[in-house]
Design a protein around this ligand. Sequence first.
Ligand SMILES: Cc1cc2nc3c(=O)[nH]c(=O)nc-3n(C[C@H](O)[C@H](O)[C@H](O)COP(=O)(O)OP(=O)(O)OC[C@H]3O[C@@H](n4cnc5c(N)ncnc54)[C@H](O)[C@@H]3O)c2cc1C
Length: 450
Amino acid sequence: MSKEHDYDLLVVGAGSGGVRAARVAAAHGARVAIVEEHRIGGTCVIRGCVPKKLLVYGAHFAEDLVDARRFGWTVENPTFDWPTLRDNVLAEVSRLSGIYADTLANHKVEAISGRAVLTGPHSARVEGRELRADKVLIATGARPHVPDVPGSEHGITSNEAFHLEAIPKRIVIAGGGYIANEFAGIFHEFGAEVTLLNRSDQILRGYDEQIRDRLLQISLTKGIRFLFNTKMQSITRKSDGTLTLAVGGGASPVDCDALMFATGRVPNTDGLGLETAGVELDDGGAVRVDDDNRSVSCASVYAVGDVTNRVQLTPVAIREGQAFADTVFGDKPTRVDYGCIPSAVFSHPPLAGVGLTESQARNQLGTIRVYTSDFRPMKNVLANRNERALYKLVVNEATDKIVGAHMIGPDAPEILQLAAVAVKAGLTKAQFDACVAIHPTMAEEMVLLK
Ligand SMILES: Cc1cc2nc3c(=O)[nH]c(=O)nc-3n(C[C@H](O)[C@H](O)[C@H](O)COP(=O)(O)OP(=O)(O)OC[C@H]3O[C@@H](n4cnc5c(N)ncnc54)[C@H](O)[C@@H]3O)c2cc1C
């Protein structure tokens, strides 16, 4: 470190990527400071994966309590108290944030509270204090995109959903991605009338068509309403608090008590002073980096995680943070392998996938074999719950290798995580077949596909 710098590394943003990079760089011997303007832990811990998943667990009791009766349990008039769940989840989030802060302190990373604005390639200002560092890591994540529609200030985003005073009676969720579908399930299970309003005519672009179609069918059966090919034109609030959404195409306006935008996430680079350091952004406002997470235009500035808009998932941000720290401070050049990244949607029921979808495989490989198992899980049969699971393997005909695995049904993300190891390792269908099933499970379908 040169004498003119206070730190070897200044990390901006204490989320998934930033915390990992800071901690590992410090373990490699670097003097590290990390700046956070909101709460240590970032999106995943404070207002993303973790509180979301806890709400999904809470929501699922609505179905479990109904199903329990068929298993002999007497469950009289169960009621749901949102403030109890909300406050327990928020307390857990605070506990986890504290653990992250402790981890940073244990690694002698200086945590600085406030908003950082870059003032040059080696410096940033935080609450009037100038910090100088040999290297700067931008790990500022992304924020919800709110479309430019008159009255959009009446809507909320996922950030606010965790703090609601009450569950709205009627909620419209704008968007069709994973956050929209997850919250549609959560609010529906909590008893809200849910309408998912989407500009296009599909949900969950990028996931296998058959799997997402199954989610759509099950969601419709549960009573979630879908308005496809619908564009919001304006939002007005009536004196009784009701929101009225004017929509295009001559369709009737939609009334609701709350509107949530789940219309994508944009990299957090506005007002960050990146121009003073000559850091180049792409058209979507993401920091442009090379394969080693280094800014393509400023040698002392690096970026990891959602702010680079590569794959906006926590495990990817963490790997990028780790690779950055190992490469730059650990003398251990490491690059993230972006192949075969599994992902999940914690809808009701959840779905998950890895590798090529059927249509991607057909386009890329020509001849493929597709194996599906469309079945009613044993627990659903006894519960009289008419919800079928769908498992699917996509196989390259030429090599017998499994190039894609996709599933929807109870615990699908838990099951798919291990199937993803096999797909990533390039195992063949014959190798799946050679594995003896664990009976009775749902996962056994994966080795019994004919
Ligand atoms: C509702 C929701 C559900 C999600 N569910 C999942 C899931 O199930 N699985 C999954 O893998 N991913 C999920 N994600 C995505 C995941 O949260 C992100 O991919 C991940 O948090 C990205 O990590 P990051 O380090 O890039 O940024 P973040 O975790 O967003 O951290 C960035 C931090 O930088 C801080 N910051 C920004 N600007 C400044 C500044 N100028 N100065 C100081 N601090 C600043 C922010 O306050 C924030 O704490 C979800 C996201 C949302 C919103």
